[in-house]
Ligand binder design. Sequence first.
Ligand SMILES: [Fe+2]
Length: 327
Amino acid sequence: MPVHKPNLDPPFNVVRASHVEFGVTDLGRARAFYVDCLGLLATAQDPDALYLRGVEERNHHSIVLRRTHVPEIRALGFKLASEADLDRAAAWFTRRNLPVAFPDVPHQGRTLRTADGFGMPLEFYVQMDQVQSMLQRYAAHRGARIQRIDHINCFTPDVQASYDFYTEIGFRLTEYTETDEADARLWAVWLHRKGNVHDLAFTNGAGPRLHHIGLWTAGAADILHICDVMATSGWLSNMERGPGRHGISNAFFLYVRDPDGHRVELFTSDYLTVDPDLEPIRWSLRDPQRQTLWGHPAPKSWFEEGSPFAGVPLHEPALAAQPVVAR
Ligand SMILES: [Fe+2]
């Protein structure tokens, strides 16, 4: 069986997906998109980086935009529960001969930089500079009134291998897609730590690459509002897919592309998954309603395009099967 029981006693305690670092080629243009249009708050800016957060976030940043020569993803960040967990994480990655370093990272406490078996750059830390929540400063809410980061979604060349790796360190399966033959194979998995559908998801494809990050909004009306904003402020062509509702996760969604092509999902209305005996939901790869419960079919770009990780080679997927697209 490709799916197994969760590891309820993991080697270290991941709290949640915390932040990402995007390499962008034009910080001014990226600021116009993320701050002026989407409404993220700029916590800090220097000549080489812009630090962003949602209105409820008290951590200094959930998105770092760093000036680079080419669009790329430089780090996927996860918060751990304690400094002891950080030491246990370093020992775990060392035992697997994966890279382990503790560089100085601005605005974060002790930070472990490592990578998974496919080279995806991971960052584990416990403490980040704390800033004021703007949740009840309603006059400061703009654009999609983004509340917080929710999840990270990646292409992997081997969903089973990525699933096995992350479930060993405590990520728990909530929903999955598999092929229909007798010897079923995993095509996509949704894995969580924080108690909703996902912190981290993987889909079969050339990888590793980032497919998108998911940013949480308080309601579907915020997502409809950002459609009106984007359509009338010069960002119409950056709207890639949606709005609509996913079968998987029940999320109301809109996918947009930033000026460098990095994909962002505005996302709301999934559900609680904290129960340790939660049975994951299986979807058939042939079921078009798994991607789109209703709404327009996803375009080809949504299935094929993603952001590379800096310096990490791509591998073709192990599984050739393709999904049935929405009606
Ligand atoms: Fe997503």
